[in-house]
Design a protein around this ligand. Structure first.
Ligand code: IMP
Length: 429
């Protein structure tokens, strides 16, 4: 039995949901550890497409217990909708779904502050508008409301009244805040949420630690991707949580010494939602073709994703900061039609070679990708079940990525279904 972290090795939307669903069949726990309803994990099972924002994808398997741990910021409205949707599909929640009493709550004033644009960086970062950054800001300002507060209604009411009053004092007169926030209304709505969610709120630290003592099989489901990590990514074009392996430990309470494996998920090309520099971004017909073939539109906001060639610098960086020991390469089939395929092996900056991700966003926006060009395979791969049956040029492409990132690719996904997944044996090349 082991503890595995599943991390996005690019800019998010790598397909972590499918891999968690695939690997969690014999997991006892699947745990969400950071982010909030800004995330969107799509899992397709038969004719049904499940788009989950908060509940771990492991819920779609009958066995695993699913936990939203303390590092997540929870919008109760979104969570209740998601729970209802799962119930409609006869997916059992009672006794197998737990919400950390330490997790913070996204409040209406968080969304209003974000929507107002009253506090923004000096460059647009095009957030998902889910109240994520104000909720995390309140958490570190120690004025956040936590899920545990939902278990003590008078205390919850007191906190809400205090916070809404402060919000109205600071922002209430601004013409940019369109909605009048009534204290009584927020108290009423959040008390109703509290009553509905109370049966699921628990001390998830103890649940997980008991599991670790029993040597339970645990999967930690990362949200977003390495390049969106508030510390590792290219600030300020990041999200507000630690999306990397360290965040998985603080966000769950599982100590680093208990982690057995960090598995990185990367698409066979790159995508990015939101603004910010993307060195291999393709703003031409090739990018459009990747987008159309890959159905690259955001799960949460429906925004078209920017698409480009695989960036080995970035995934190598992700492998290093997360300690990734194996990569799952997603959506290889999307590249089936291209006569040639490029991989960025390093960046060039003012005539010099650069092999890592700089901290500075202006610097990063000026790097130019250097490419290796490989022949495409131009045959469909979606029905291939064995690694050895992949076209030779596809295997050469995988092999080249592996060499450039310095980490083994162990699984290749060739379609959205569970069975469209090719496992690469150790010796295969
Ligand atoms: P926020 O997380 O809403 O604050 O948005 C910050 C940046 O992260 C924006 O560029 C978003 O598009 C991006 N982002 C947030 N969550 C996701 C995700 O799940 N997938 C991809 N991009 C995301």
């Amino acid at each position: 039995m082991s503890v595995n972290i599943i991390i996005g090795a690019q800019w998010g939307d790598e397909g972590k949901g499918k891999i968690i669903d695939l690997l969690s069949a014999d997991a006892e726990f699947v745990v969400r550890v950071q982010g909030g309803a800004n995330a969107g994990h799509t899992v397709i099972i038969g004719d049904t497409r499940y788009a989950l924002h908060l509940i771990p994808s492991g819920i779609l398997r009958p066995e695993p217990k699913c936990i939203i741990a303390q590092g997540v910021v929870i919008d109760p409205e979104v969570l209740l909708e998601e729970m209802e949707l799962l119930r409609m599909h006869n997916i059992k929640l009672d006794g197998r779904f737990f919400i950390s009493d330490r997790a913070h709550v996204v409040m209406p004033y968080h969304k209003l502050i974000e929507a107002s644009g009253l506090r923004t960086p000096n460059r647009d970062i095009d957030t998902t508008k889910r109240g994520i950054w104000p909720a995390y800001a309140d958490k570190v300002s120690r004025i956040g409301i936590r899920m545990g507060d939902f278990l003590n209604l008078p205390f919850l009411e007191d906190k809400i009244r205090h916070n809404v009053k402060q919000f109205n004092t600071v922002f209430g007169d601004s013409s940019k805040i369109k909605e009048d926030l009534s204290v009584d209304h927020v108290v009423k709505v959040y008390k109703e949420y509290a009553v509905k969610l109370a049966p699921y709120i628990a001390d998830t630290l103890t649940i997980l630690h008991d599991g670790l003592d029993r040597k339970a099989n645990v999967f930690i489901e990362g949200a977003q991707g390495t390049m969106l990590d508030v510390d590792m990514g290219v600030y300020p074009n990041v999200t507000s949580s630690n999306t990397t392996a360290g965040g998985a430990c603080t966000g769950s309470g599982i100590p680093p010494t208990s982690i057995d494996k960090v598995l990185g998920i990367a698409k066979a090309y790159i995508t990015r939602v939101g603004v910010g520099p993307v060195p291999t971004d393709l703003t031409d017909a090739t990018g459009d073709l990747i987008r159309e073939r890959g159905k690259e539109y955001g799960t949460t906001t429906g925004r078209p994703r920017r698409c480009g060639w695989f960036d080995a610098v970035l995934t190598r960086f992700a492998c290093k900061v997360n300690g990734i020991s194996e990569i799952v390469l997603m959506k290889l089939d999307i590249l089936d039609v291209f006569p040639t395929i490029k991989i960025c092996d390093y960046y060039e900056y003012k005539g010099k070679r650069l092999d890592t991700i700089p901290a500075d966003v202006t610097f990063f926006s000026e790097v130019k990708p250097h490419y290796q060009e490989l022949p495409g395979w131009q045959v469909p791969t979606s029905d291939i079940k064995k690694y050895s049956d992949l076209p030779q040029n596809a295997k050469a492409y995988i092999q080249r990525i592996q060499e450039l990132i310095g980490v083994r690719i162990g699984i290749v996904s060739v379609g959205p279904e569970r069975n469209q997944t090719v496992i690469k044996a150790n010796e295969a090349n």
